[in-house]
Design a protein around this ligand. Structure first.
Ligand code: RB5
Length: 143
């Protein structure tokens, strides 16, 4: 599976560790984020990742910023993106099982790396439940 990952300056450290962890587990990872801790603007990276998911350059994505909110808000401007913010493994499970998030967003300044890594592995290992959750997802687009 090919995973895209992006981050701003607040997510550099966790991004680098997650890329290593994911590659060790056999995932192909494409980096759309910054590798510098110099202050930058998260939308620049969120849009790159969103376009890569929408054009199927990568299958799914992971995004990190300080709170996760800047990334999530920007990513969700794209019609083909369901970006979900998770701060625990249980939320990581639910954001796939119920919301079928195709981008997982992590608040790097508010969780430990151990928790971030557990969330990513749980989200990847969880299947979407479909059924009533698909009906709700079908109602998400603005009409
Ligand atoms: C950067 O300081 C911070 O604003 C950003 O990482 C994020 O938390 C925005 O939502």
């Amino acid at each position: 599976m090919k995973i895209g990952i992006c981050n701003d300056h607040a997510g550099v450290e966790y991004k680098k560790k997650l890329v290593k962890m994911l590659r060790e587990r056999g995932y192909e990872v494409v980096n759309y984020g910054t590798d510098s801790e110099v202050s930058c603007d998260y939308p620049d990276f969120a849009h790159r990742l969103a376009k890569a998911v929408e054009t199927k350059e990568v299958e799914i994505g992971i995004a990190l910023c300080g709170t996760g909110n800047g990334m999530a808000i920007t990513l969700n401007k794209h019609q083909g993106i369901r970006a979900g913010l998770a701060w625990s493994s249980e939320v990581g499970r639910l954001v796939k099982a119920h919301n079928n998030a195709n981008v997982l967003v992590l608040p790097a300044r508010f969780i430990s790396y151990r928790i971030a890594s557990n969330i990513v592995r749980t989200w990847l290992d969880t299947a979407f439940e479909g059924g009533r959750h698909q009906r709700r997802i079908d109602k998400m687009p603005c009409r």
